[in-house]
Design a protein around this ligand. Sequence first.
Ligand SMILES: [Zn+2]
Length: 284
Amino acid sequence: MGRVFSDLKTAEYGASGHPEAPFRVLRTFERLKAAGHAPEKPAMTAGASDVSLLHDEEHLNSIRLGTFEDADTPMYARIADIALISLAGSLSAADSALAGEPAFSLMRPPGHHAGKDKVAGFCYLNNAALAVARLQKAKPGLKIAIVDFDVHHGDGTESLVLGRENTTYLSLHQYPLYPGTGLDTRGNCWNIPLEAGTSGDGWLSAFEPAFGLLLGTKPDVLAVSAGFDAYKGDPIAGLKLDRSTFKRIGALLAQTKLPRFAALEGGYSEDLPLLVESFLDGFF
Ligand SMILES: [Zn+2]
């Protein structure tokens, strides 16, 4: 079981040579469909009121108008609307989780580098953090643990949830690497920096005890920033996880039996469709 939310409109932007490319959604969509996880359109829409749960009031407008600057994160035609579709996938996945069915949002752009008033690192809106905020708005007191296994530190997520009640953020990431943060734990934001070359076994042996502690905070829901760029074949980073590691991560999350949802973050290798499929084999 498990639901996948996707919309091929999120494959309708890109720039030549940019690793955050349309194939990521297009090919993964086909692969999941063939594997029996036929993606469905998001059940919910996302709008300005969702964005302003955590971002500045002006942030969405600045994306619409292109009045932002980040070398990695270009202005594309209709990118604000596409980012809202990506966010709708995360909101729908979160809703599904709470209704009892684990879910995955197969969308782009990713979100975990987007901060209060900034786009960064291929990210415009912080999908996972906004989905968490929306669940907590609907159900005050809901305790949510966010697990981020993207190879990069989710600096945007950390900035948005630092000090937030009922929320704990756990990130494992390569360090040093973009964005250069995440060396130390800060309050409710737990960071585990890993050296370049860390294998899947090394990754899991760092993750398992930290995840045990995270479960000790008694979360009601697990939110997952699912990045697949810690894969050994990824062109932009240096960790060495293999395909089976992602299945294992998914299984460890599923073992908790907690309501859970995940949103696609990074992952730039040609093998992304296989990696996502393996993760969902464990996660669902
Ligand atoms: Zn990444």
